[in-house]
Ligand binder design. Structure first.
Ligand SMILES: [Zn+2]
Length: 199
């Protein structure tokens, strides 16, 4: 037996979310049906708004509803430093500890020969353009994760950027090997930024 079509469609939609199987999706679908009309309307419109109003900043690759984003346009930030991260979530992790006040650049991944991700698949060209167009920058801090792919990407960036006379540094290894910035605690991150070393 099948549920009525609208319920089946709702279940299918929930199953598109990560970690949600049919059982959970069915539970969520029935929960949704029991919600207030207003709450359901607000939920539906925030889903659509998040998708239509947000895009990546054309300068740094961070997620934003304005272009350039509020970090890129904040002139009170230290314009001499760009900190490079793998993903948007890392910007938030680093910025909320209030230790680093420079600019950011989001790669949207790391180089991974196994997964067929090369430099051309990452947001690297726009980083090089930023460095060419703006001679205020004197340090690029590579904060990719402490994984083999993160290390390889850091080395690749250092080879590209150092010839331009810009310092390239890497976060100190207070971060355990294989660990993700996303899950590091504030103190560890703070020490990693303070103790960064030249590569
Ligand atoms: Zn930006």
């Amino acid at each position: 037996m099948q549920y009525p079509e609208p319920i089946e469609r709702l279940i299918d939609s929930y199953m598109k979310l990560p970690g949600i199987g049919e059982k959970t999706a069915t539970r969520l679908a029935f929960f949704t049906i029991d919600m207030d009309q207003d709450d359901v309307a607000a939920f539906a419109s925030s889903l659509t708004a998040a998708k239509t109003q947000l895009h990546y900043c054309s300068v740094c690759g961070n997620i934003t509803d304005d272009d350039p984003c509020s970090i890129c346009t904040d002139t009170s930030r230290d314009q001499t430093k760009i900190l490079v991260v793998e993903q948007v979530k890392d910007v938030m992790s680093i910025d909320r500890m209030d230790e680093y006040h420079g600019l950011y650049h989001v790669l949207h991944g790391v180089m991974s020969p196994l997964e067929g991700t090369g430099p051309e698949d990452l947001n690297i060209a726009s980083l090089l353009h930023r460095l060419q167009d703006n001679d205020a920058v004197n340090e690029v801090i590579v904060a990719t994760n402490a994984t083999p792919e993160g290390e390889a990407t850091a080395m690749y960036l250092a080879r590209l950027i150092k010839p331009a006379g810009i310092r390239v540094t890497r976060l100190a290894h207070g971060l355990a090997v294989g660990s993700d910035i996303e899950y590091a605690d504030q103190m560890t991150l703070m020490k990693a930024v303070e103790g960064r070393t030249e590569i």
